[in-house]
Design a protein around this ligand. Structure first.
Ligand SMILES: Cc1ncc(COP(=O)(O)O)c(C=O)c1O
Length: 400
């Protein structure tokens, strides 16, 4: 097993290589500084861990299965496992982080939670955690996303959350993050901002990865049982901001024999200008408080992102994924809307699993890698496709 001393850990100032930091207003700086000063104390507390692990087990339904897909294995000439985050309560990996941060917020004395959401999965997960833990919940969601993820909006309302429609900019995830950050900075005494991806100012990227790292922790244990060894040859995950990807990679970062593959949304193609491929096309720039790779024009102004998938429709990425790519530790594959749709229809027919549009991007990447027969591949199926049913029906001709 090839291991090296780690250089993928966050520095005290919140950097992975050049990426990260906390570039925020003075008001927000107080919030992030306090959080950076105490988040590890809570997360590493034995009592906290016990409560968190118990909820993951009894409430979320963990461990999620590591499912060996015979048909995909045959199709791609290697051994393919799907890490079934779609089987979590509320239908995606987002609940791991939502429960972790909500528990921590409560212990820190917060009574009110604010969160952003794109696909609505993080919003539903947060509203669920708030219902469970008796916390007031407000979700900021782009006006455009409210239309395309309608069923999740209804679910959040049923859970008792207040939905704030964000009409600024493109009315998508990027604008919802801005609105939630603003709200947190204006009510720091009783409000906690429960960020849903591994993005934003320090300490969010590290904290979110820690709560999501249960994914790779389980992968290692499950591979040991199923394959007699903990290390696969590939771990593949889709990336919006990077929470399912960093959670899937976390326990493999220093095992250099494991190839890490980030699958981002090319939208209508990376040359089309209608894309969310910030790892392939982004420039170093500050977005939402972190220095990272961002889609910008020649003047350095942040461009709007586009993807058919609301959860990948974000013009930046978290600082760790940016560093993993810049340092050569991870590979990037960009998948178009059409490729993702075709992969979703294919896996649905082959396996009876309808993936979330986000996860369908990871599945489409299988066609772009030249696997060897002995390769063991683990692909994170980050969520289920119920929320995307209307889109799948709209493009049903591609299923033929
Ligand atoms: C099912 C699913 N997968 C992936 C993502 C992308 O987010 P992240 O990169 O933080 O995992 C989302 C975001 O909403 C999602 O709902």
């Amino acid at each position: 097993m090839k291991t090296q001393t780690t250089n993928f850990e966050i520095s005290e100032q919140g950097y992975y290589g050049n990426f990260g930091g906390a570039f925020v207003s003075e008001q927000l700086m107080n919030c992030t500084k306090q959080l950076a000063a105490d988040y590890l104390k809570y997360i590493n507390d034995a009592d906290f861990q016990q409560e968190f692990r118990e909820l993951l087990h009894d409430y979320v339904g963990r461990p999620t299965p590591l499912y060996r897909s015979e048909k995909l294995s045959q199709m791609y000439g290697c051994t393919i496992y799907l890490k079934r985050e779609d089987l979590n309560h509320t239908g995606a990996h987002k609940i791991n982080n939502a429960i972790g941060q909500a528990l921590m917020a409560k212990r820190r004395g917060a009574r009110r939670i604010v969160a952003e959401t794109g696909a609505g999965q993080h919003g539903v997960a947060t509203a669920t955690a708030c219902a469970l833990l008796n916390l007031d919940c407000t979700i900021f969601m782009g006006a455009e996303d409210i239309v395309r993820q309608h069923s999740n909006v209804q679910k959040m309302k049923l859970l008792g959350a207040r939905i704030v429609s964000v009409t600024e900019g493109s009315g998508t995830l990027e604008n919802a993050v801005d609105a939630a950050l603003r709200e947190w900075s204006q009510h720091p005494e009783d409000t906690y901002y429960l960020l849903g991806s591994a993005v934003g100012p320090h300490p969010f990227p590290d904290m979110v990865m820690r709560f999501q790292s249960i994914i790779s922790e389980e992968m290692r244990q499950q591979l040991l049982t199923k394959e007699g060894k903990e290390l696969p040859d590939y771990v593949i995950a889709c990336i919006g901001g990077g929470s399912n990807a960093t959670g899937s990679f976390s326990h493999f970062l220093n095992d250099l024999s494991v190839r890490l593959v980030l699958v981002e949304a090319a939208g209508r193609g990376i040359e089309s200008g209608q894309t969310a491929a910030s790892l392939s096309c982004g420039k170093e720039c500050v977005l939402h408080g972190a220095n990272t790779l961002v889609l910008t024009d020649e003047n350095g102004t942040c461009l709007g992102a586009y993807s058919i998938s609301a959860g990948l429709d974000y013009p930046g990425v978290g600082p760790l994924p940016a560093h993993l790519v810049a340092s050569g530790r991870a590979d990037v594959i960009a998948i178009t809307d059409e490729e993702a749709l075709r992969a979703a229809y294919e896996v649905n027919k082959l396996e009876g699993i309808l993936p979330a549009l986000e996860s369908a991007h990871a599945l489409a990447a299988l066609k772009k890698i030249d696997f060897k027969p002995e390769d063991i591949v683990v692909l994170t199926l980050s969520g289920r496709g119920d929320k995307d049913l209307e889109t799948y029906i709209q493009y049903i001709d591609l299923a033929k």
